[in-house]
Each structure stands twice: as structure tokens, then as C-alpha cells.
Design a protein. Structure first.
Length: 191
């Protein structure tokens, strides 16, 4: 049986992890020191060190949590009648929670950029599987699923690397919404 102090400790840890994530999603993290984070979360630096051994590890852990939680919600949002659209729109919705400062900081911090890149590759593989399934079951018109998936993956990487934001002014969330619209329209079987 778990004791009350252990449950309170776990609850406080979860509260702090959520607080770190909320803070960096809203403001980014390049400008934040551990002192800043501790002050904003009303805890000590020592307490933050129970979450991670360094500022860099704290940021990476928060970025991992963001993408892990977002991935789970995206997968729950996928519908059978519009798998590509629902998937990409769910990605757009999840990314809307993060500020441009967050994405700029992620792009310029290698450990966080690697996390975003790994998640982008996984999302591209998932899109490929959804396209293959849709072509096989007749939901989508006959296309080379590998080519379309590769094209989508290339655009997803451009979004992740902030190239789309620089070229168009679109946020990552807006870019995914546009990608969802474009890809869905191109795959739908004419009636």
C-alpha cells in the first residue's frame, strides 16, 4: 500500500513537471535559467534537480513529455472515415499549444531538436501507413503511397526545422492544418 507522503511527493513531482512544460510551451526556454524556473514554480533549485540533473536535461524531459502526450492524443483522434485529415489536424491542434518561441528554441537546442525530429519521422511513418491502408481499401484514389508519404514527410521535416515558418509566416500548427487540407484533397477518390 502506498503511503500518503509518497503519493503527495508523486503529485508534487507531476505538478512540477507540468509546470515546467507549461512554462516552456508558453515562453520558450532559451532565456530561462534554473533560478528563473524555480522562482516561477515556487520551488527550490534542489527540488528541480530531483526532476533532472541539469537545465538541459530538464528541458529535454519536458520536450519528450510534450511529444509523448501529444502523440497519444493524436492517435486517439484518428478516425476511420478521414484518417489523414484527422491525424494531421490533431497534430496541428497539439502543436497549437506551443508558442513560436518554444519552436524556435527547440530548433536551436540540439537535444530538443532531436526529439522533435524523431517524432516527425514517426509521424511520417504513421502517415505512410494510413495512406497505404486507404489506397488498399479504396478510401483513397490509387496513388503511389510511398511517394505521397515521402512528400508529406519532407514537408513535415521542413515544418519541424522552421523552414515553413520562415518561408510563409505560418506557425507549425497552421502549417500542419494546411498540409492536412492539401493531402486530403489530393487523396480523396473523385465521386
Amino acid at each position: 500500500m502506498t503511503s500518503a507522503p509518497v503519493r503527495r511527493g508523486e503529485a508534487r513531482r507531476a505538478e512540477l513537471e507540468h509546470g515546467v512544460l507549461a512554462l516552456i510551451l508558453e515562453e520558450g526556454f532559451a532565456h530561462l535559467t534554473l533560478d528563473d524556473v524555480a522562482a516561477r514554480l515556487r520551488c527550490s533549485k534542489r527540488t528541480l534537480y530531483t526532476l533532472a540533473r541539469s537545465r538541459e536535461q530538464l528541458v529535454r524531459a519536458a520536450v519528450v513529455r510534450f511529444f509523448r502526450d501529444a502523440t497519444a492524443r493524436v492517435e486517439q483522434a484518428v478516425t476511420d472515415d478521414a484518417p489523414i485529415r484527422s491525424y494531421l489536424e490533431a497534430v496541428a491542434e497539439e502543436l497549437a499549444a506551443a508558442s513560436p518561441a518554444f519552436f524556435d528554441d527547440v530548433a536551436s537546442f540540439a537535444p530538443a531538436a532531436e526529439v522533435y525530429e524523431r517524432n516527425t519521422r514517426a509521424a511520417a511513418r504513421r502517415i505512410g501507413l494510413l495512406i497505404e491502408r486507404g489506397v488498399a481499401d479504396g478510401t483513397f484514389r490509387s496513388v503511389h503511397a510511398g511517394f505521397v508519404a515521402d512528400l508529406v514527410a519532407a514537408q513535415m521535416v521542413r515544418i519541424q526545422q522552421r523552414e515553413v515558418a520562415a518561408a510563409t509566416g505560418l506557425s507549425d500548427s497552421q502549417a500542419y492544418a494546411e498540409l492536412a487540407s492539401l493531402v486530403t484533397a489530393s487523396l480523396v477518390r473523385p465521386r
